[in-house]
Design a protein. Structure first.
Length: 278
């Protein structure tokens, strides 16, 4: 009887110790969970089964709505390729230049494409991937104009959009030009087509698209401002997601698919290398 009582007492004591041990560990585990790093957008997208890409769908050919109201363009094709690689559905979220960063910070989108130039000021608030397209400013001119660079613009007229300082880039080169302002990019382009202006200055990728639409136009082969390296924008601190997107960009560039998409939308091969030449 004494032996049996002793066994019962030992079992009871062991049970009590287990309970005390578990009770003592629980707060520690909770602290670990509470202090754990937030889940990467990579895992979130894979679990959700949908990739939300913020894109400026009013800036052809990077992003726009086709005749059926569906998102289309260079950025959209890249987004489709990314979603396919991830095995998830794609949701394009129309955005503007002003809300690109807020949409990332508030998790309304997982990544932003939208002609996003990398710079140190923006890097204080968000992260960037490696570049996927490079741009500068150049001039759109008529093919028979004889204009090959800004140095041919002495005494000639440059069409710009009201509020733009693009014409100043030529003036800063010490070239005497006339600036003629228009309400929109399309009005400025029309002025060049009709001979009311000799050239229009804008992002060379945008101008390449305009030249593709009209074979009577061409783009000068020059960089009037320092090159702008456009990348995907991501939420600050999510290195796992950034690493995955950089690997995607490496593979789509190495395969030549990105260059093919650029040719499709802009009508020529990429003008500048993706990596700066120091």
């Amino acid at each position: 009887m004494k032996t049996t009582s002793l066994k019962v007492s030992l079992h009871a004591l062991a049970g009590a110790l287990v309970l005390l041990t578990l009770a003592g560990c629980t707060p520690t585990e909770e602290k670990k969970e509470a202090g754990a790093a937030p889940q990467s957008a990579l895992q979130t997208v894979l679990q959700r089964g949908t990739l939300r890409v913020g894109d400026c769908l009013s800036f052809a050919p990077f992003g726009f709505y086709d005749k059926d109201g569906n998102p289309d363009g260079y950025d959209v094709d890249l987004a489709k390729a990314l979603a396919k690689e991830m095995g998830v559905k794609l949701e394009m979220v129309n955005t503007t230049s002003a809300n690109r960063i807020p949409n990332l910070q508030t998790n309304k989108v997982d990544v932003v494409f939208c002609n996003f130039t990398r710079n140190l000021e923006r890097a204080k608030e968000i992260g960037f991937t490696n570049p996927y397209v490079v741009a500068s400013e150049a001039m759109l001119v008529r093919k028979n104009s004889g204009i090959q660079s800004a140095h041919d613009m002495g005494g000639k007229t440059i069409a710009t959009v009201k509020g733009s300082t693009n014409g100043d880039e030529v003036r800063n080169l010490g070239i005497d030009v006339k600036i003629q302002e228009y309400d929109s990019s399309q009005a400025a382009i029309l002025a060049v087509k009709q001979g009311q202006a000799d050239a229009m200055i804008e992002d060379n990728n945008f101008l390449a698209y305009q030249a593709k639409l009209d074979p009577t136009l061409t783009v000068t082969n020059e960089a009037l401002v320092p090159l702008e390296y456009n990348a995907f924008g991501v939420k600050q601190g999510d290195q796992v997601w950034t690493n995955y997107l950089n690997e995607f960009l490496f593979e789509i560039n190495a395969s030549g698919e990105n260059a093919q998409l650029y040719q499709k939308w802009f009508g020529n091969k990429p003008r500048y290398p993706l990596n700066p030449q120091y």
